[in-house]
Write a new protein. Structure first.
Length: 280
């Protein structure tokens, strides 16, 4: 049974790893699969978990100001198939609960509205919401009977339905440091790679935008754009009810870090989230 909280949440990931969205920042399934289930081998029937909460996170990639935002997640296990919904991103693990994890990913990608933007970034073209899709694969190893000491490594690749947003890839590793009937804690590391279409959409400044905003014209290339580290912890209040918290911090790298948008805002970013869960 999924009796305890979903241990993360990944970059709880990149996305939506969407900083500034209503979802948790996630790096593929590394954190979501390293969860404190009581019976990993129990595949009969249906078990599940839902959680709702709120937190603070940057308004958009590169923003220095933060906003309060709700978040939600749900998990369902049925005959070895795991469905994990974090915010607007759905992952379906077809690995049957074994060491290998794989399956499709569907979700909503990052955006940046005029109302979210600040300073000269307000004068840049807005970036509208859109859907993305892709797949993930991972491998879990180590750990005792409860999963304490377990590692999960994973990779995820997604393509946006809007061609100007390009493609993204996330790699992650998580470690289940504590996992017992009452408490769990999972540490994770993640990195996000984007192609040039993505970086030019979110971190670039065109000539007309430069004239309108006063920012320097900037045409970045693709590559490693973010690295992050996080901690997800939970406490089980009863058989069904529990609490979870997620703290994560990271920094932009490469051409993303050199963007006038980031320089006008902040190279570092973080988020803090708290929620209540119900398992059945």
């Amino acid at each position: 049974m999924l009796k305890y909280l979903l241990s993360s949440i990944a970059f709880l990931a990149s996305a939506m790893p969407a900083l500034g969205q209503t979802t948790l920042d996630t790096t593929a399934p590394a954190q979501t699969v390293n969860l404190p289930t009581e019976d990993d081998d129990e595949d009969s029937g249906v078990s599940g978990l839902i959680a709702l909460g709120g937190g603070i996170m940057p308004k958009y990639d590169g923003a220095s100001k933060y906003e309060a935002s709700p978040f939600g997640l749900a998990a369902l296990r049925w005959k070895g198939i795991e469905f994990n919904l974090v915010g607007t991103e759905l992952k379906v693990d077809l690995g049957g609960g074994g060491r290998f994890l794989y399956g499709p990913v569907l979700g909503m990608s990052n955006s940046r509205s005029v109302s979210d933007a600040e300073g000269p970034v307000k004068l840049l073209n807005p970036i509208k919401d859109s859907a993305d899709f892709g797949a993930f694969a991972g491998f879990r190893f180590g750990g005792d009977k409860r999963g304490q000491g377990r590692f999960v490594v994973s990779v995820q690749a997604t393509k946006d339905t809007k061609k100007e947003k390009g493609m993204s890839a996330d790699v992650g590793i998580s470690y289940a440091a504590i996992r017992n009937k009452k408490v769990f804690a999972t540490f994770d590391l993640g990195a996000e790679f984007n192609d040039s279409k993505y970086t030019r959409t979110f971190f670039g400044v065109t000539e007309p935008e430069a004239l309108a905003s006063g920012l320097d014209r900037y045409r970045p290339s693709g590559g490693l754009t973010k690295v992050s580290a996080g901690l997800t912890a939970g406490y089980q209040l009863s058989r069904h009810w529990g609490l979870l918290t997620r703290i994560q911090g990271g920094t932009f790298t490469g051409d993303a870090a050199d963007s006038p948008i980031v320089k006008d805002g902040s190279k570092g970013y973080g988020q803090a989230l708290f929620g209540i869960s119900y398992a059945f």
